[in-house]
Ligand binder design. Structure first.
Ligand code: HEC
Length: 114
């Protein structure tokens, strides 16, 4: 059912976040240590080392307290210059990278550089 729903989403070009998909991935309880490698391979180019942000690139990921749900949703559908990673990364990799962003990078007390 989930597969059919997301396939339908692809077919109609719908970039809406599927809450069930997000919950499914969050429930995997990603591993932030693995997530760091996934981040370096897939996200660092735009968001900078440790997500400090890149001018005219991806925004800082350190300036807000991210919940894993929010990161998973953003990674699944992308948007505004960020690619969608649904189908690019495994569910486990998305869970891991979300844990890394939410648990390690999020430092709301530090002002993001950009
Ligand atoms: C091609 C460049 C690019 C790549 C690769 C990329 N991002 Fe992004 N990301 C962006 C841009 C640009 C935005 C701002 C989009 C927006 O405002 O919706 C963004 C937004 C975000 C946000 C929301 C930030 C905010 O302040 O709203 C999160 C979280 C995020 N990215 C995480 C990731 C993760 C995790 C990865 C790797 C799996 C990744 N991004 C890969 C460019 C990128």
């Amino acid at each position: 059912m989930l597969v059919r729903m997301s396939l339908l989403g692809v077919l109609i070009g719908c970039a809406e976040v599927d809450a069930e998909r997000v919950a499914e991935i969050v429930s995997l309880e990603g591993d932030a240590v693995h997530g760091e490698a996934t981040f370096d391979d897939n996200c660092r180019g735009c968001h900078g080392p440790e997500g400090v942000g890149v001018l005219l690139g991806g925004p800082s990921l350190q300036s807000e307290a991210w919940a894993a749900e929010e990161v998973v949703a953003q990674v699944l559908v992308g948007g505004f210059g960020m690619p969608a990673f649904e189908g690019e990364l495994s569910d486990e990799e998305i869970a891991d990278v979300a844990a890394y962003v939410a648990d390690v990078l999020s430092q709301p007390e530090v002002d993001g550089a950009f």
